[in-house]
Ligand binder design. Structure first.
Ligand SMILES: [Zn+2]
Length: 453
């Protein structure tokens, strides 16, 4: 019976239904689950591990709902720095075609390390290309070593250039092979139980890289197993044009026609959803992974987050792949979500607390997790603690919780997942970071070296 007591936090914000904020708060975790939470004086006094959180703000572990971890190997590639989505993809596909299982494993752990340091305790990953023997298993095995809760999504691309799709033919798979492997990874890895560390979702890459049949059949398969569905949707204006020209429908209508709406579906981006599509998503409980940095980086536009939230659409935050952000600071992403929405809607466009709610409870809902997203007895023992005594927080004592969003950058002092301290006093305990980064530099250089040949 392992126990962890975290006590004396300057402020503990639960982000539960009541949005309770507790001064001098703490929590007591037993076997990975929160047993008690409240003012420090009301908590047990001993545990196997006791952490003194004086001078810290505590919040639920942040949840990342959209990422492509392999892309940490291909940041700031010059040919892709200033391109819109479709040209950006075309510049990067040849590099990604050289990925190996070992490179994917190293990239997965490196990207997760970056997330852990920003207070993230659960992440989704969207892997949709499988060259040179790469398998979804590589990302899952890599993630298990880090301690993070991992939602691996088995992506796919089946419509290559010769059939009018975007990716080169050598990177697409046969649809029968895709469906067979989807079945294999769900049966091998998906854990539907509460407090699961590994879940699997099915995730054709986008409407412009797979067929109508594959979208439909993937949805049928996912529902037969009770796993979730994920894809990219309505990312930018080109995406809308492609949908109207090829399918005669806007993306929301296309998704609905193929069974791709419902409370078991979350779509990345949705920057260009119109009012009727927002109402469709609200009505059906279809969730969105909002990725503000990526949307700015690729010039895709400003997602109507305020409208989505007001309409009741479930929304989580995503850093998106590291070739289109190119950082994976989830708390920083919450800051950008707040700032970008204010560009669109004015200063009342999104509050700091709303941004954090999207990054926590919103993300849990998008990933279909009732056991994650806020702090309460019975919920998973996942939290992050940030110092109020950093340079970034100087002068911000009047509202240290809002300061996590208004000020920055921040780095988590503690990131705890299921009671396991994976970031301890600012250092990752589950990985040897210097060795990992050295391997990552070598793997990234290998991809570019091949480019020069
Ligand atoms: Zn993406």
């Amino acid at each position: 019976m392992a126990t962890l007591l975290a006590r004396n936090a300057a402020l503990l914000a639960t982000f539960g239904p009541e949005n309770t904020e507790i001064n001098n708060g703490g929590l007591f975790i037993r076997d990975g689950v929160i047993e008690a939470l409240g003012p420090t004086e009301d908590l047990p006094e001993t545990a196997d591990r006791v952490i003194n959180l004086s001078g810290h703000v505590v919040l639920p572990g942040l949840i990342n709902t959209h990422h492509h971890l392999y892309q940490t190997l291909t940041r700031v590639i010059p040919a892709a720095q200033d391109a819109l989505l479709f040209d950006w993809l075309k510049a990067l596909y040849p590099l990604w075609g050289r990925l190996t299982p070992s490179a994917v494993k190293t990239a997965t752990q490196t990207g997760i390390a970056e997330l852990l340091l920003s207070g993230c305790t659960a992440t989704s990953d969207h892997l949709y290309l499988f060259p040179n023997g790469v398998r979804l298993d590589d990302t899952i095995e890599a993630a298990l070593e880090t301690g993070i809760r991992f939602h691996a999504t088995r992506g796919s691309m089946s419509i290559g250039e010769s059939k009018g799709g975007l990716p080169p033919d050598f990177l697409v798979e046969e649809e029968t092979d895709i469906l067979r492997d989807c079945q294999r990874v769900v049966e091998s890895f998906h854990d539907a139980s509460d407090y699961a560390h590994i879940q699997v979702a099915l995730a054709p890459c986008s409407p412009f890289s797979v067929s109508r049949d594959l979208m439909r059949e993937t949805a049928v398969m996912a529902r037969s197993y009770g796993v979730r569905l994920h894809t990219h949707l309505a990312e930018n204006a080109q995406d809308i044009i492609y949908s109207e020209e090829n399918f005669g429908q806007r993306p929301g209508d296309y998704a609905e026609a193929l069974g791709w709406v419902g409370d078991d579906v979350w779509h990345a981006h949705c920057v260009q959803l119109d009012e009727s599509e927002i109402q469709l998503f609200a009505r059906t409980g279809t969730a969105i992974a909002h990725c503000p940095c990526s949307n700015m980086r690729l010039g895709s536009g400003i997602a109507p987050l305020r409208r989505m939230l007001d309409a009741g659409v479930p929304v989580g935050l995503g850093v998106d792949g590291s070739a289109s952000n190119d950082g994976a600071d989830l708390l920083g992403e919450a800051r950008q979500a707040m700032l970008l929405q204010r560009v669109r809607e004015g200063a009342a466009g999104l509050s700091a607390r709303e941004a954090l709610k999207v990054a926590t409870a919103g993300g849990a809902r998008a990933l279909g997790r009732r056991d994650l997203g806020y702090l309460a007895p019975g919920m998973a023992g996942d939290f992050a603690a940030f110092s109020t005594e950093s340079t970034a927080m100087a002068g911000a004592g009047s509202d240290p919780l809002a300061a996590l969003v208004f000020c920055g950058p921040h780095r988590a002092s503690y990131t705890v997942i299921g009671g396991r301290v994976v970031v301890d006093q600012g250092e990752i305990t589950s990985l040897h970071l210097p060795n990992l980064l050295q391997k990552h530099r070598a793997a990234a250089a290998d991809l570019l070296r091949d480019e020069a040949r």
